[in-house]
Design a binder for this molecule. Sequence first.
Ligand code: DX5
Ligand code: ZN
Length: 215
Amino acid sequence: MVKISPSLLAADFTQLGRELKKIESGGAQWLHLDVMDGVFVPNISFGLPVIQSLRPVTGLTFDVHLMIQDPLPYVQAFAKAGADYLTFHLESACDPRETIRKIHEAGMKAGISIKPATPVEQLLPFLPELQLVLVMSVEPGFGGQKFMPESLQKIRSIRAAAPDVHISVDGGINAETGTLCREAGADVLVAGSFVFGAEDPQKAIALLKGEEDGA
Ligand code: DX5
Ligand code: ZN
């Protein structure tokens, strides 16, 4: 079954605990946490203390998306803060194999994300060691951007190469683009504005899952 991972970036930051309850009772299974350092991407979001504070108040799986230039020295700290999946960018300045090894050693599941301009081929050598691949369908850094349809072909290629890995897609996901991604082989849909900006987040989550009328 497809997992919905609402992106905290679009939540009301004055009410985070309440926002989490809303999506959890609305049927989301994961929570997507976007960590930005102002270097790898031209934006700064939030970091370890926020993740650590939210950990005890929810049972959602913590799906941490690192948009930081130098992930390796922080792996252990994210494990301690409560990350379940730790995803870093293939374009960041780290040795991917060593970073994956450290993530596993810290007891987490490992993911690699690729930006829209990065070809899938660069990812293939690491696939056997990964539990998740995160396909960016917008340029990382900001919520509320438009979905890039080129990402669908990337999802298909990864699915053909790795039938069991989680394929997550992030950026511009709504009921329509979410359906296209599911059909292409994605099984985790990240959505910020579509879920947290919805009048009825439960309905938005149902639509993303492909439950017909969102009831
Ligand atoms: C962008 C982040 C996304 C973002 C998605 O860099 O990685 O997770 O929050 O936001 P929407 O769903 O609004 O495009
Ligand atoms: Zn993200």
